[in-house]
Design a protein around this ligand. Structure first.
Ligand SMILES: Cc1cc2nc3c(=O)[nH]c(=O)nc-3n(C[C@H](O)[C@H](O)[C@H](O)COP(=O)(O)O)c2cc1C
Length: 190
């Protein structure tokens, strides 16, 4: 089994990374392979609605000069997808928004996420976590993904890099999320 995490924060080893790593760590403990793809801070085009992906026989975007096609192919082979974003002005980071639009649009004709286990996590200093959380989950609910939850909405609170490590409840939420994802993955495998 394989899980892909997408880090939508430009701070490569910031709070979103810490939250994603906590969830992925729980999966690794249970024998699930993991891969983290860095999306934040990279040049990722927004969707230009050219519609070329709709004519492709595989999940593929017309732009071939950024990480989206590599991500589409990695997600296609994976069983689990976990998106992570910091809250920026009450919503997603720009790169995570572009990622969702492109992966969602190119993946839809091929039912890319159908039957895959999906979750999202959010790093937030103070407010806007639920907006970002729901925005990522919107991709899953329109794509036949299987969303796994935790004991609270999947958010960790902190401003400076590493601050979320001090959010005890947030970290426990991530650990429980990882355990729940692994349980669902094993149940589906059986
Ligand atoms: C451009 C920008 C906008 C932000 N907007 C918000 C916001 O609306 N609400 C909030 O609580 N924190 C906001 N923050 C703080 C980040 O969400 C917070 O520092 C988070 O932990 C960053 O995660 P990271 O370390 O993974 O980048 C903002 C930070 C930046 C750089």
């Amino acid at each position: 089994m394989k899980a892909i995490g997408i880090n939508g924060s430009p701070r490569q080893t910031g709070n979103t990374f810490y939250l994603l790593s906590t969830v992925l760590g729980e999966l690794e403990l249970r024998g699930i392979d993991t891969q983290l793809i860095q999306a934040g801070g990279r040049d990722i085009h927004g969707c230009i609605a050219c519609g070329k992906c709709r004519k492709s026989s595989v999940p593929k975007c017309a732009f071939d000069d950024d990480i989206i096609n590599e991500a589409l192919s990695a997600i296609e082979k994976a069983d689990i997808l976990i998106l992570g974003s910091p809250v920026y002005f009450g919503g997603l980071s720009a790169q995570m928004k572009a990622f969702i639009d492109r992966v969602g649009y190119a993946g839809r004709p091929h039912k890319l996420l159908k039957g895959k286990i999906c979750a999202s996590v959010v790093a937030v200093r103070r407010n806007g976590a639920l907006v970002a959380f729901n925005s990522m989950n919107n991709l899953f609910t329109i794509s036949e993904g299987i969303i796994v939850g935790s004991s609270y909405w999947n958010q960790g609170m902190g401003g400076a890099i590493g601050d979320v490590a001090g959010d005890e409840e947030g970290i426990q939420t991530m650990k429980t999320l990882g355990q729940n994802i692994a349980d669902v993955a094993m149940a589906l495998k059986e």
